[in-house]
Write a protein of this length. Structure first.
Length: 281
């Protein structure tokens, strides 16, 4: 029975997800993710599979090694030497655990865990709108995903939004259905921001809706400001106001969702924009 080989696109995306892509190929993949919805879907599937594999391997390493097994390996007698016949001498083979063998066994377990995670990640799954936080998961992971998405699309000129601002009704239906979060599109003209459209992506395995605005007057003309919302909750359900990777982030939490305003770290009015958006969205 033949086994399907990964396509060149899968190999490129796998290297990108694992952080093994070169500088040139990384930029090429990022451009592909902007313009190709099928590539974005495959990227999300591979990333989800890698996360599951890493979690499975971490769980495996946490399992204690039985003391009886350790003693049995340490005290195992060497096998008897094979009888040396004059016409067919056979070398004796001794089995004794060593550091290289133990290291090779760990690599084998890691490969098995990653493979299982990849197969699980490629299973077709129904969309989920309720965030399920893994034990010990850090809020930094999914917030960093949101910031990475913002930094990727904020540089775009012709492909900033998936659905343009003129199709407001489609945006409301599309994002509400896929995120499970009810919202309104805030008019932030008083803050010098013009609505450009919307995007949908995943962060930490949970759908995230994003409304995109462009600054059209005053200092920072042309900067992109984003309002995102998701069912995922920050650790401790607390609001966050900080700068990560030259990007400003202001969040607020309601009983139904988490909202955040994202923009360049040089934007001094993000907290004011967040206050206005919270009253309108």
């Amino acid at each position: 029975m033949s086994t399907a080989q990964p396509s060149p696109l899968e190999l490129r995306l796998s290297a990108y997800v694992d952080g093994e892509a070169g500088e040139h190929d990384r930029h090429s993949v990022e451009e592909l993710l902007v313009n190709d919805p099928q590539a974005r879907a495959l990227h999300d599937t591979l990333k989800r599979g890698a996360d599951i594999g890493r979690q499975a391997f971490d769980d495996m390493l946490k399992e204690p090694v039985p003391l009886d097994l350790v003693r049995a390996i340490r005290n195992a007698p060497l096998p008897r030497r094979a009888v040396r016949l004059p016409q067919a001498p056979r070398p004796s083979i001794a089995f004794k655990p060593s550091a290289p063998r133990v290291f090779a066994a760990c690599l084998l377990f890691f490969a098995l865990g990653s493979g299982a995670g990849y197969m699980l990640g490629n299973r077709p799954a129904t969309p989920e709108v309720t965030a399920i936080s893994a034990p010990g998961a850090s809020s930094r992971d999914w917030l960093d995903d949101i910031i990475a998405q913002y930094r990727l699309y904020a540089r775009q000129t012709n492909h900033l939004a998936e659905i343009p601002a003129e199709r407001a009704a489609d945006i409301l239906e599309w994002l509400t259905t896929n995120t499970g979060v009810g919202f309104r599109i805030p008019d932030l003209g008083d803050s010098g921001l013009t609505f450009q459209g919307a995007r949908l992506f995943t962060a930490g395995g949970t759908p995230v809706g994003q409304l995109l605005y462009r600054r059209t007057d005053g200092e920072g003309d042309g900067d992109v400001i984003a309002i995102s919302f998701t069912k995922t909750r920050p650790e401790g359900n607390r609001s966050i106001e900080e700068i990560r990777n030259d990007t400003g982030l202001v969040t607020w939490v309601t009983p139904l969702a988490t909202y955040m305003v994202i923009g360049p770290s040089s934007a001094a009015d993000l907290d004011d924009i967040a206050a206005k958006a919270a009253g309108l969205i």
